[in-house]
Design a protein around this ligand. Structure first.
Ligand code: CO
Length: 423
């Protein structure tokens, strides 16, 4: 049996984009006896059952229903997407009569520099007409080879580049795909990898991804690096926690939303009705009243898990002077007075209590008072389904690089905390 860090790297390797991440989770859930529910079909949900439902194939909610009358829900929310470059419509561009490059646009707020000079590939989904059932059918696709590269401009042609550079997404970030002979072949290759004909493809959602495989490194193998640790490290740990142990009093919910990196305001994002709709349907199926639902919500607890910043060895001054999380130091509980992180005194106490029971260390993160931080899932989801929520994450470096670094021990801490939350 592989160790937890090795399992995490295998999961990320299977998940070059949000669609493949959801497919990988579906596979694991089905193998563990979870039954798939479809949003466009009637649900039959019974006590003691285990289910999952997806939206847009890029968001997923998996849940278990207790045998006995439930007291409420225990929810762990993460996200499936990561910053990348999305392939635009009509992607091929000719340059100099000698090259074919791809037209891409930014998805999310990435560090641009580390995308240069490394082999990249393309993955996502294509949509074709379903000739048997009518409607549309989507097919996951991963070109799965060193396919494109964004070459740097030589130092000789911009001597000032090391003094800081402002990257222009339309000029600097377009990947080279082939020489002029490659003209007209990109979508053909996509179609071939998807097992469909090029002319059948009516729509696509395709992204670049880093080909460099994850690794475990450092003097004692204490670090783990890979693309998409934010937020697949948390999504993976949440899923493992859901699959562990018995759930007696609370409905356990593993929620993975899409589009966190672009603000969550989509039908499959944390600002959508996906969680609300799922909760209402389950309550209806179990013959609970509207008031029962509201009582359950008041007795529920949500943990919003999205990776956080470890103190950087070269930039210690960027962190709060007192609250200084480090990799391998345990789960990071995040605080913000403006409630961009929704941890408050009550939810902090609830989360610390769960971690204490699980024997998991907790560290704290607060932005420096003169640096505005990011935001995440919890406060956005709370505007649709309001319940006690704590924001947490695992400490990492190089957030939003296509190759991020975290602690080798921390995934397991979150697996244990998730299992305790759901139990
Ligand atoms: Co994130």
């Amino acid at each position: 049996m592989n160790t937890i860090p090795e399992q995490l790297l295998a999961f990320i390797e299977k998940s070059p984009d949000c669609f493949h991440a959801v497919a990988a989770m579906k596979e694991e859930l089905a193998a563990n006896g979870f039954k798939e529910l479809k949003e466009n079909e009637k649900w039959q949900v019974t006590r003691g059952g285990r289910y999952f439902v997806t939206r847009n194939e890029s968001a997923l909610i998996a849940f278990t229903i207790p045998e006995q009358d439930m007291r409420g829900m225990r929810i762990l929310a993460t996200h499936s997407d990561s910053p990348s470059f999305k392939i635009k419509e009509n992607p091929e561009m000719e340059a100099e009569g000698h090259y074919i490059k791809l037209n891409v646009e930014k998805y999310g707020g990435m560090l641009c520099a580390p995308w240069f000079d490394r082999p990249l590939s393309v993955a996502g989904r294509v949509v074709v007409k379903d000739e048997e059932k009518g409607g549309m059918r989507s097919v996951l696709v991963n070109l799965d080879r060193d396919l494109v590269m964004i070459p740097s401009l030589a130092i000789h042609m911009n001597r000032e580049v090391n003094d800081g550079y402002k990257y222009n997404a339309q000029k600097d970030m377009l990947p080279l795909y082939g020489d002029i002979q490659a003209k007209g072949t990109f979508m053909k290759q996509v179609a071939e990898a998807a097992g469909v004909k090029e002319e059948e493809i009516l729509g696509h959602d395709l992204f670049l991804y880093n080909r460099q495989k994850g690794c475990i490194w450092g003097a004692e193998g204490e670090f783990i690096s890979s693309s998409r640790l934010d937020d697949l490290q948390c999504a993976f740990a949440s899923l493992k926690g859901l699959l562990a142990g018995e759930k007696k009093e609370y409905m356990a919910m593993h929620c993975v939303f899409d589009n966190e990196e672009t603000g969550s305001e989509t039908k499959q994002g944390a600002a959508s009705t996906f969680l609300y709709d799922t909760l209402v349907r389950v309550h209806d199926c179990l013959d609970y009243s509207r008031e029962d639902y509201l009582i359950h919500l008041a007795d529920s607890f949500m943990v919003s898990a999205d990776n956080g910043h470890a103190v950087h060895p070269n930039y210690g001054d960027k962190a709060d002077p007192v609250n200084r999380p480090y990799m391998n130091g345990g789960i990071v509980l995040k605080f913000n007075a403006a409630q961009r992180y929704c941890t408050d005194g009550v939810s902090a106490a609830m989360f610390r209590d769960i971690c204490r029971q699980a024997g998991v260390p907790v560290q704290t993160f607060v932005n420096r008072s003169d640096i505005a931080g990011g935001s995440t899932l919890g406060n956005i989801s709370n505007t649709k389904v309001a319940l006690n929520t704590a924001d947490i994450g695992l400490a990492q470096l190089a957030m939003h690089s296509p190759y991020e670094t975290a602690g080798v021990k921390d995934t397991e801490y979150l697996v244990k905390a998730a299992a305790a939350l759901f139990a």
